[in-house]
Design a protein around this ligand. Structure first.
Ligand SMILES: *[C@@H]1O[C@H](CO)[C@@H](O)[C@H](O)[C@H]1NC(C)=O
Length: 142
C-alpha cells in the first residue's frame, strides 16, 4: 500500500471513529434535543413532571411521572418524582400498584383457587385453578 493511500485510509478510519464518538448520548435526567441545520445534538434537562432513568441513551422524550393522588387513602408517597427517577408510592395492605393506581389484590381462596404467589407491591397475587403447582406454575396433570 502506498503512503498516500495509507494516509487516506487512516483519515477515513479516524473520521468514522469520530463520527461514532460524536453521536451525542444523554444521561439520567436528560432528553436528547436534535441539532438543527447541521448543528450537534444536545442534551436538555427533563421538564418538571418528567424523568429519565436511562444511563446512556438517545431518547428524545422524558417519561411522565406517576401522579401521586393525595386523596386516595389506599396510596401513600414514599418519594417525590425527580428528573432522575419516578415518583415512588406504596399501597396499603391488600392493594398493589398498577397503571398509576392502587388496585385490589385478588383473593385466590375466595375464588376457590390456590394462591401460588402472594400479592406484592407491584404485582397481583397469582392463583392456580388446581392444587397442582410445578416450578411456580399451574399444571393440569403431573
Ligand atoms: C381472603 O378472604 C378471606 C375471607 O374474607 C380472608 O380470611 C383471607 O385472609 C383473605 N386472603 C387474603 C390473601 O387476603
Amino acid at each position: 500500500m502506498s503512503t498516500q493511500s495509507s494516509v487516506r485510509l487512516l483519515t477515513l478510519t479516524l473520521a468514522a471513529l469520530l463520527c461514532v464518538e460524536g453521536r451525542v448520548h444523554c444521561g439520567p435526567g436528560e432528553r436528547l434535543a436534535l441539532g438543527v441545520a447541521g448543528q450537534q445534538d444536545t442534551c436538555r434537562p427533563c421538564s418538571f413532571g418528567y424523568y429519565q432513568d436511562r444511563l446512556h441513551h438517545r431518547h428524545r422524550l422524558c417519561k411522565r411521572c406517576l401522579i401521586f393522588d393525595e386523596y386516595d387513602p389506599r396510596m401513600f408517597l414514599v418519594s417525590d418524582c425527580t428528573r432522575f427517577h419516578d415518583t415512588t408510592v406504596r399501597c396499603v395492605d391488600g392493594f398493589y400498584v398498577a397503571s398509576d393506581e392502587c388496585q385490589v389484590c385478588t383473593n385466590c381462596s375466595l375464588l376457590q383457587k390456590v394462591q401460588i404467589r402472594p400479592c406484592q407491591q407491584n404485582q397481583n397475587a397469582v392463583c392456580c385453578e388446581t392444587q397442582i403447582v410445578r416450578h411456580g406454575k399451574c399444571v393440569t396433570s403431573i
